[in-house]
Ligand binder design. Sequence first.
Ligand code: SF4
Ligand code: SF4
Length: 132
Amino acid sequence: MVSEAKLNEYLAEIREHVCSRCVERPPGGPPCAPLGKVCGIELHLPKIIDAIHEVRSDWIAPYLEHNRHTICEHCAHNHTSICPCPMDYLATLLVEAVETVDERCADEKPPNPPHQTASYSTEGAGMREAAV
Ligand code: SF4
Ligand code: SF4
């Protein structure tokens, strides 16, 4: 579970890099809910962060599939006229925003003490491609 402070950090990044590109953004938004615009990003933010952390892929499809399974299947707006919402079709930007915060936080952590062995992964080295 993500802390309130951390959630705000993710939200700030999402506002800057996802909401700024959203064609459904109402005048004066975000936040959009008070303006009558329903969006999964505001409805399900903690679940979105957890769902993205549960996937590691260079491709957007596994993230989309996992979001739809863990979030959309339980969303009260699933299969209504407002669905899919920007949470779904802006998923590429959304995943990038969350992982940008994660990388920034990892960079801020102190390096491993000398007695620990650093581990390396080649995951994440390729381009992530949009499914839409
Ligand atoms: S509709 Fe969703 S993605 Fe668009 S500006 Fe509002 S919160 Fe952001
Ligand atoms: S895409 Fe549809 S089901 Fe998924 S969060 Fe948005 S409104 Fe809800």
